[in-house]
Design a protein around this ligand. Structure first.
Ligand code: PLP
Length: 391
């Protein structure tokens, strides 16, 4: 049986060049980059190079890049760091209803800490109303935190316009770009973003490394105190092999960017068109154009997304469902619900997220298996049968 991995928004395989670049730093180059002797000095040079590579991908300055443990830590650092640092100015934060839990749960925690949070609604594409954002900013607002691209639907937010509104009102703008980096061009020289979070394992590094862009002059408190590493903003001895891996991944993402984006778009469109021409009663979730090149989220009416996922898994196909199983009940995705999608349609959704190592033959295999599996599940669904007879 063919094994097809279409869940790259969850995590990606380590790029062979990344793996090779990391290897020497587990044994030969094991020094602590803060040590002033030869063992430390050598490593320090490579860490500095890795920082430059991350900065180059984002068109930022090396001293604006902080290495962290993951995307979640970066999001926490931005929100809590700004909230603490700017608490004298005000305690109001603005975000959206469709953020990743790394942002949503952090904002909910801030509410418990006495902050006020506005969760902006979204339209049927998953986009916010920019005028509503402008009107929601008050004198006490200290932070706008809005994602670059949504992890479930791939919808890309108008980051430039959002940043301009925040800047005009003198409010710090943080964006969770965990799904955007490497898939959308990001030029922080021209984008009015103050803080940007990213994660290595969505970019072909191992899990456990992230980074934060902090524009020069942006004041925020560290989350982790200790030694003065990472410009005093993230204490803890540097995770050298993983930092080197992230640097390499960013170098590759920059080098292969155009080729990857056009290849991913081609594969995704082949998958989408194939599904739409072979399976009736399907709906696209998210923006049809303003979308990540690798992401396709579709509802298969009358089919339980979780059952579809499990049945595809039996055929060797790894995808993700738009519902999460919490305490035995299937909760439809908060993102799809916020977009006004009825719960039963949200529950029938599947996210296909592609990677550059996927092949056309894999997409064709999915297109062969999927119609059969959907049909079988629909045949077993009394709800779907009833609905079909009503039409
Ligand atoms: N933000 C978004 C949009 C994500 O998709 C993810 C992971 O799926 C995260 C944050 C968390 O990143 P990490 O897994 O590195 O903690």
């Amino acid at each position: 049986m063919m094994r097809v991995y279409l869940d790259h928004n969850a995590t990606t395989p380590v790029h062979p060049e990344v793996y090779e670049a990391m290897k020497p730093f587990f044994q030969d180059q094991f020094g602590n980059s803060s040590s002033i002797h030869w063992a430390g000095r050598e490593v320090k040079k490579y860490v500095a190079e890795a920082r430059e590579k991350v900065a180059e991908l984002l068109h930022a300055l090396p001293e604006e890049i902080i290495f962290t443990g993951c995307g979640t830590e970066s999001d926490n650092m931005a929100i809590k760091g700004i909230a603490y640092s700017w608490r004298e100015k005000g305690k109001h934060i603005i975000t959206t209803q469709v953020e990743h839990h790394a942002v949503l749960h952090t904002c909910q925690f801030m509410e418990k800490m006495g902050y006020e949070v506005t969760y902006l609604p979204v339209d049927s594409y998953g986009l916010i109303d920019l005028e509503l954002l402008r009107r929601s900013i008050k004198p006490q607002t200290i932070l706008v935190t809005i994602m670059f691209a949504n992890n479930e639907t791939g919808t890309i937010f108008p980051i430039k316009e959002i940043g301009e509104i925040a800047r005009e009102k003198g409010v710090i703008f943080h964006t969770d770009a965990v799904q955007g980096v490497g898939k959308i061009p990001i030029d922080l020289q021209s984008l009015p973003v103050d803080i940007l979070s990213l994660s290595g394992h969505k970019l072909n590094t191992p899990k456990g490394i992230g980074a934060q862009f902090i524009r020069r002059g942006t004041k925020l408190s560290p989350l982790i105190h200790g030694g003065g590493q990472e410009y005093g903003l993230r204490a803890g001895t540097e995770n050298v092999p993983y930092i080197i891996g992230l640097g390499k991944a960013c170098e590759i993402a920059r080098r292969d960017f155009d080729q990857r984006v056009s290849y991913l778009t081609h594969l995704r469109d082949r998958l989408q068109q194939g599904i739409e021409s072979r399976i009736p009663q399907v709906a696209l979730n998210g923006h049809p154009r303003q979308r990540l090149p690798n992401t396709l989220n579709m509802s298969f009416l009358g089919v339980e997304g979780e059952s579809l996922l499990l049945n595809l898994d039996l055929e060797g196909i790894a995808v993700s469902a738009g519902s999460a199983c919490t305490s035995g009940s299937l909760e439809p995705s908060h993102v799809l619900l916020a977009m006004g999608i009825p719960p039963e349609v949200a529950q029938s959704s599947i996210r296909f997220s592609l990677g550059w190592s996927n092949r056309e033959a894999e997409i064709d295999y999915v297109l062969e298996v999927l119609p059969r599996v959907v049909q079988r599940l629909r045949d077993m669904s009394p709800l779907y049968q009833r609905r079909m007879h009503q039409v």
